[in-house]
Design a binder for this molecule. Structure first.
Ligand SMILES: [Zn+2]
Length: 545
């Protein structure tokens, strides 16, 4: 009996403490609350600074610590949020399942993050490991598994009575952007429909509602064939104060209403987007910036006082008096935090060691020498093309010779070997074209001259090219049919018009998968080793006369 009484008393006490901690009474009357929201997005494996000393989590830590200290000293509160896509982008991170990146986020003290599409690039077991590793919630209200939400939809933070609700949302395009096996029983429901349900629920419990999203910021809501982004949602759903976004990897700085500032220069003033009373921010990508939004809350009114994108050691080239160019920071240089460096260094070293580990082998040489790959069909380009076709379920691939920088010799292969062939970190893009569009495209690139980096290489298609004109083209043995649709895979460089290729990025079906080319090739080599070099001989697939 005594035991039961004590237990009851104890649980009552816990309940009371719980209530006091929550300050369910809400914000104090006539008190001005200062809230600073710090934000990043699309980190993509950049835990370490680049070779120019740009970005990196160690400098990010110095900057964030300094701001948080300043905010706390003046009686304010701060939140650090991320718009998702922590995974995928540099081999040293990818080879370690982004463990250094998530550990770095723990040290930085992130309060919450949105789930990005690239969080599904690896099997769900990897994502599960990452969720266990992080000390903050990964939020997504619209991702379901077996009819139930896979992640927490939101979290409410309480700052001395002021309740901040942060919800998460993830692009519906995730399903078509990742390997189907990884999301077999996972549903990505309509972000707008889900936000319409969750926002009123969250409003009832909070004074301020923030959406941490990975949906993309599209100028004036023009999302094309991509799924609905932040602007569309903000216009369709009332009651969201702020969207901390990601996915489109741009600084969401506006030149005028509904007009993006496409020439945004680091360090310049950034005017965030505003739609239907909702502020929308995005901090480009890779930790290049930390976004800082300073708000005031008083008697139910929430207003933005100041906004800035703070560059993290972004560099510009300047020409000295001696005519030599050197790199200098756009703004003040930020020192790297020693503790963060000490934590990350072993991961960076181990990642570089892992580049030397065998990933597969080939029984013969795959030809990618400059003189050959730029003048006639070459096996290295066929291998690259086939790897990208397999990853994206495309019908055929176009590879620019300039993107093939080396051969692979018979024997064991390492990631380092692959990175010598594809050192640019280009991403893999797909576009669905009608037969007519395919023929127009092929005719445009058939004119690219031998000897140049633009010289086209192919996989999955048979061509006869005479005097720079396509005489015949067939896929899987059947001639290209004008009325049929074909999926073409290529890298984002030529898709954007690089090497003088026709620009495809504005095509309604264009999708940049975000898969780094070298990683696509590495995965293919591992899956098909030992490679038989003869299988990649171009033979007479492409004939020129
Ligand atoms: Zn994304």
């Amino acid at each position: 009996m005594q035991l039961i009484k004590t237990t009851l008393a104890l649980s009552a006490a816990i309940a009371l403490i719980g209530c006091a901690g929550m300050s369910s009474g809400g914000p104090q009357k006539d008190k001005t609350y200062h809230l600073t929201v710090l934000h990043t997005n699309d980190h993509h494996g950049r835990f370490w600074q680049n070779s120019d000393g740009e970005y990196g989590m160690a400098a990010r830590k110095t900057l964030i610590d300094q701001i948080r200290k300043e905010v706390a000293a003046s009686g304010g509160y701060s939140l650090l949020l991320d718009g998702g896509d922590v995974n995928t982008g540099v081999p040293e991170s990818d080879l370690q399942d982004a463990v250094p990146d998530f550990k770095g986020m723990n040290m930085l003290g992130y309060d919450a993050m949105a789930v990005g599409n690239h969080e599904f690039d690896k099997p769900l077991s990897t994502l599960r490991m990452q969720r266990e590793l992080v000390k903050f919630p990964m939020l997504a209200a619209n991702i379901y598994q077996g009819g139930k939400r896979m992640f927490e939809p939101y979290k409410v933070f309480n700052f001395d009575g002021l309740r901040i609700g942060v919800m998460g949302l993830t692009t519906e395009d995730t399903k078509k952007m990742v390997t189907p096996d990884n999301v077999k029983d996972v549903e990505f429901r309509s972000v707008v429909a889900e936000a319409r349900k969750v926002v009123p629920e969250l409003r009832a419990k909070s004074d301020v509602v923030i959406a941490a999203t990975h949906m993309g910021h599209y100028e004036n809501g023009k999302h094309g064939t991509s799924a609905e982004g932040d602007v569309t949602m903000a216009r369709a759903v009332n009651g969201i104060d702020l969207v901390v976004g990601g996915h489109t990897q741009n600084p969401a700085c506006m030149k005028a209403e509904n007009v993006l500032d496409r020439a945004y220069v680091p360090g310049a003033e950034c005017r965030p987007d505003r739609q239907n009373g909702t502020w929308i921010v995005q901090a480009h990508e890779w930790g290049k910036y930390v976004g800082r939004a300073d708000f005031e809350y008083r008697n139910g009114e929430f207003k933005l006082v100041k906004y800035a994108l703070i560059p993290v050691n972004l560099m510009k080239s300047v020409k000295g008096a001696d005519g030599k160019t050197s790199k200098v920071p756009y703004t003040v240089a930020i020192a790297e935090d020693k503790d963060m460096l000490a934590m990350l260094k072993p991961y960076q070293d181990f990642g570089q060691q892992k580049l030397m580990v065998e990933i597969g082998s080939t029984d013969g040489r795959l030809e990618g020498d400059r003189a050959i790959v730029r003048s006639k069909p070459a096996s290295m380009a066929v291998l690259i093309g086939r790897a990208s076709v397999e990853r994206t379920n495309a019908d055929f691939a176009v590879v620019n010779a300039g993107g093939v920088r080396d051969s692979l010799n018979a024997g064991k292969l390492t990631y380092k070997d692959v990175l010598k062939v594809q050192p640019f970190g280009n991403t893999t893009a797909v576009v669905d074209l009608s037969g007519k569009e395919v023929m127009d495209y092929l005719n445009a690139i058939a004119k690219m001259t031998a000897g140049s980096g633009a010289f086209p290489q192919f996989a999955g298609i048979n061509l006869v090219i005479a005097n720079g004109q396509v005489e015949s083209a067939s896929i899987k043995g059947a001639p290209i049919a004008m009325g049929k649709t074909y999926r073409m895979v290529l890298n984002n460089f030529i898709a954007a018009g690089g090497d003088g290729y026709p620009k495809l990025t504005a095509h309604p079906s264009y999708v940049d998968t975000g898969y780094v080319d070298a990683d696509v090739l590495r995965a293919y080599i591992t899956a098909h080793s030992p490679l038989k070099a003869a299988d990649f001989e171009p033979g007479s697939a492409v004939v020129r006369r």
